[in-house]
Design a protein around this ligand. Structure first.
Ligand code: NAD
Length: 461
């Protein structure tokens, strides 16, 4: 079968490479010609384990090619997957302009009977709207539209795509359903359930799934707040909850609040959809507000630890989580500007972030190792759950630092192991561990008192 994928981002590129791996012939198109030029040279613009191998192998087999012209890339396709961004608009509604633009671009070129497959996460009614937009631009209704939401996670996108828990196909058209069932036959043969349903249900399944996972995170973060004041330990509470099979372990790690390109915008999107259709979603509205407040609380928690203006602070992890180079709605986007405003000397480390991303953080020095970033630092803050930070050599870290404060926003470290190295250790939903109280003098002198700081969070919406 000949397929086109519109959008070469996390979802589009992964979808294109994996469909080629499933022996389809795929053209992946993006309006970002720089990105396409890099892909044609075999350079992968995002970090995803295994993606580079799939892309190069399938290019060599002539099953995967790249185009910066979405219309012509779609001309011969039996199915065109739309995987462009659907960011939040200012009011929390989903901005569908990229999806609509892609629809208008491909409309005149579609083969008769082509299936337009919406992989992007879109709110209720968007697939019906897209069908109308394409029909108007094309002047005919000889195509069909299906909603086929994607559930992959960044950092394990290839693995998630190739080993899905389920495939959701939302369409009212028998031809579209049959075509998608045949594309995903290698999965259904392995027993992966196919949920064939209406477009309206498919659209909601994606939002409801993400909102439910985000609720679990928000819930355990609230429990962590309670642990901090009653002397509990959120890890023990989460274990006690997670062993209940009705609840499960997943998404019960307390942390600094969720970020990334999906949970924040999808929870805002679901809340906005509820408002639009006059079916309020009070749980999700509260979750959105609580998550935003949580990030502000995390910023002040760190600022409280600064000994004075000019204090060197090492920030470990810039991505929205470990294992990804994506910084959309990452904690670093809140923490770093606040540290700079507090006149801290900010040094950063992230194993996956390159010069393009670092340009987003002017006034910040980047280092090749966490220990170099932590050299002479008063405070070290771990922002992501990168494996390298879980395995930090604590003795070496402590020797490198001038101060002794370690703020672990991901609960990666074992408080007892940390205590052996004389840190003041602040984590989430667990008691502060400070064997060295009363506070010892730092080896370095900074401005005598802490500067007056005002919290300015940059808006990442
Ligand atoms: P992304 O920002 O990484 O990629 C989007 C790409 O689309 C960009 O390269 C952009 O240049 C391109 N694009 C925009 N308009 C275009 C057009 N008219 N024609 C061709 N290309 C165009 O986005 P993403 O993270 O891959 O997300 C895509 C969609 O998938 C979103 O709706 C998102 O919510 C959803 N999704 C994302 C994830 C994830 O983990 N990133 C997971 C599941 C679902």
């Amino acid at each position: 079968m000949k397929l086109a994928v519109i959008g070469a981002g996390y979802v589009g590129l992964t979808t294109a490479a994996c469909l080629a791996e499933l022996r389809q012939t795929v053209v992946c198109a993006d309006i970002d010609s720089h990105r396409i030029a890099r892909l044609r040279r075999g350079e992968i613009p995002i970090y995803e384990p295994g993606l580079d191998r799939l892309v190069t192998a399938n290019m060599a087999r002539h099953r995967l090619s790249f185009s910066d012209a979405p219309p012509s890339a779609s001309a011969e396709a039996d199915a065109v997957f739309i995987a462009v961004g659907t960011p939040s608009a200012a009011n929390g509604e989903i901005d569908l302009s990229f999806v609509e633009q892609a629809g208008r671009q491909i409309a005149p070129m579609l083969k008769p009977n082509a299936v337009v497959v919406v992989k992007s996460t879109v709110p209720s009614g968007a697939c019906r709207q897209l069908r109308e937009i394409i029909a108007e631009a094309r002047g005919a209704l000889d195509f069909s539209v299906a909603c086929n939401p994607e559930f992959l996670r960044e950092g394990s996108a290839v693995e998630d795509f190739l080993r899905p828990d389920r495939i959701v196909i939302g369409t009212d058209d028998a031809h579209a359903e049959a075509l998608l069932r045949s594309i995903y036959a290698p999965f259904s043969r392995r027993g992966v359930p196919i949920v064939a349903t209406t477009p309206a249900n498919a659209e909601l399944i994606k939002y409801a799934a993400n909102a439910f996972l985000a609720l679990k995170i928000g819930f355990i973060n609230d429990v962590a707040n309670l642990c901090e004041v009653v002397g509990g330990n959120v890890a023990a509470v989460a274990q006690g909850i997670g062993l209940d099979r009705r609840i499960g372990w997943a998404f019960l790690n307390a942390g600094p609040g969720f970020g990334g390109s999906c949970f924040p915008k999808d929870t805002r999107g679901l809340a906005a959809t509820g408002r639009r259709f006059d079916a309020p979603q009070p749980l999700i509205e509260a979750l959105v507000a609580a998550n935003e407040q949580r990030k502000r609380t995390m910023v002040s928690r760190l600022l409280r630890e600064l000994p004075g203006a000019g204090a060197p602070v090492a920030v470990l992890g810039l991505g929205f989580k470990g294992g990804t180079s994506d910084i959309r709605e990452a904690l670093s986007l809140d923490i770093i500007p606040a540290l700079l405003e507090a006149k801290a000397d900010v040094r950063v480390h992230d194993p996956l972030i390159g010069p393009e991303i670092l340009r987003r953080f002017p006034g910040v020095d980047s280092f090749e190792s966490p220990f170099m970033a932590a050299s002479e630092a008063e405070v070290v803050a771990i922002l992501t759950d990168d494996e390298a930070y879980r395995r930090l050599d604590l003795a070496r870290l402590r020797r490198a630092m001038a101060g002794r404060t370690l703020v672990d926003f991901r609960n990666l470290l074992d408080p007892e192991a940390v205590a052996e190295h004389d840190f003041r250790y602040i984590s989430i939903g667990r008691p502060i561990a400070d064997a060295g109280e009363p506070k010892r003098q730092s080896r370095r002198r900074h401005a005598a008192s802490r500067p007056e700081v005002s919290l300015t969070l940059i808006s990442t919406q």
